[in-house]
Structures are given as structure tokens and as C-alpha cells.
Design a protein around this ligand. Sequence first.
Ligand code: GZL
Length: 340
Amino acid sequence: MNWNSRRRALRLMAAAIAGLATACEKKSETQAPAPDAGKSGTSAAPTTENKRSVGFSQIGAESDWRKANTESIQAEAAARGFELEFADAQQKQENQIKALRAFVVKGVDVIAFSPVVETGWEPVLKEIKQAGIPVVLTDRAVEVSDPDLYVTFIGADFVEEGRRAARWLIKEMGGKAMVAELQGTPGSAPAIDRKRGFEEEIKSHPDIKIIKSQSGEFTRSKGREVMETFLKSPEGKQINALYAHNDDMALGAIQAIEEAGLKPGVDIKIVSIDGVRSAFEAMAAGKLNCTVECNPLLGPQLFDAIEAILAKKPVERRIVTPSGVFEQATAAEDIKTRKY
Ligand code: GZL
């Protein structure tokens, strides 16, 4: 048995003991789940002996940003010769937790995931720590008491993204606007922080008021549905600006605005976040006014961190992804060089 297999066997034993300890502690706890949790690329077969393996739990495929993020991670794993166990949680935390536990049973070398919400991760992260498998967070953060439960968090500064969206809107509207806000997934780091950053920035501008605010769950369909109810509400006629926590919800809202007989980008100025290709197309068509970039192409940074961890080299605790702000005026030119 080569070193890799011995290491994996030891890890599996440690995981079994950890699982047993957890199971003894909480008799009612559900058992370690079947290897396939949610829609996933994982299989019950053991990992290939000599390839370094990564278990990745992805939130879902709710937006163009998420699809670009997945493609970047899968492409980088292949390019660097990693075996990638990929699990799509379909936006459910319980599917992510099942997938993380399945990765421990499988004995992967590293576990990475994008946590759909900030809380509820402590127990499973403790099980992973007991199994001796390092964890990397990508895209979104978690709230945990023990900082050793993960090695590094790679992702954007969502609070700054919210500030940038507000600064653009304050300037565009001359300091006076009645704002509708489409929030992201309730409890998720981007929704919490993008709201926080926006509100922080408008605090000193009393004539910029958020008069409607609700979650559109980061999807186009929900963004359209919620914007439709905003426009039909008593305050609907006052809305002259929209702040969407992602481009997909803004694109859905644009449909609702047009269906209400209004001109998106003109009657209602729109700022959103992500910087996906369809946002540039909407800006070039004059329907969206500004998008704050949030780079989803995290594959290279993720695998740089994973390779450093496996080589026992130091890794930054927090790796912030750089990004810009893009406006309608340059969208037709910008779109030619966009990578996602
Ligand atoms: C941001 C990411 C968000 C995007 C949305 O890093 O978590 O989730 O802004 C995606 O498009 O659904």
C-alpha cells in the first residue's frame, strides 16, 4: 500500500471514529449520508489512488455568476490534474452539509465550498477538522467561533460592492432617489453585506430613500416577480431607482419594468452587482445603467491555495478578489474583453 493509500486509510479510520463519536453524542443525529447528496458529480467509487482529490460543494446554478464560477473551478481542477468531486446543492444548506460529510467518508485531500448562508456550519466543520482534512471557503464567508475550522476565505468584499453601488446611484441621481432594493438570498454573506455597504453609504444622503426592499433570491424569475409587486404597490409610482444585489435579479426586474409600460434605465435607473455578460448586453441596450463587478473566476486562486496547503506552505487567511465598476457609456466596448 503506497503512502497516499495509507494516508487515506488512516483518514477514513479517523473519519469513522469521528463519525462514531458524533453519532454516540447525538443518537438522533442522521447517519453519514449516502455519497450522492443533492445533484452531484460525486460517485460511490473510492477516489483514484494517485490523483490529488478535492471535494467541492457548490451552492447551485441560480445565476450566470454561479455558472461562470463553477466552470472556472472545474476547468482549473482539470488543468492541474486534480480529481474533483463536485456536488451541486441546489441552494439547500442541508445538501451542502451532506456533501461535505460524503467528502470526509471518501477521504478527499482538501474540501472547498461556497456556503449558501453564513451560519449553521460549526458541527460539520468540526467533523472535517477531526478527520484532518483542510477546508477552503470560496465566494462567501461563514460565521464560526473557531477560526481553525477553515484555512482561508477567497472572495470579494461585498460591503465595498454595496458602497460602490450606492456611490454610483448618489452621483447619477444627484443625491435624490426613491429606491427599490432586490436583496439576495436571505442569510447569505453577499445579501447581508451588500445591503450593509449600500445603507452605510446613503446614510449621509437623506434624500436617497429605500422605499421597497425584498429578496429576489439572486434569480431572474424571482427578481421579475418581486419587481412586479413593487410596481403595483401604493409606492410603486414613486420608484425611480433600483438597486439589485445581482445582475440576474436586475435583468428579471427589467422585464417587469417593461411589462409595466416603463423604460428601464430611463424611467427607473438601475444599478446591480456581478458584471456578467448579459448585464453588459443590457447596458449596451440602454436598459441597465451600472454593474459593480464581482469576479466569479475563482478557480486559479482556489487551486493556488489548495496546492500551497498540500505543499505545507503558508496561505493568506483572507484572499480578496479585485473588481471594477462598469457603466452604460462604455458597455459596448467593454463587452469585447469580458471573460464571463
Ligand atoms: C457573490 C455570489 C453571488 C452572486 C450571485 O460572490 O455569492 O451569488 O452575486 C450568486 O449572482 O448567485
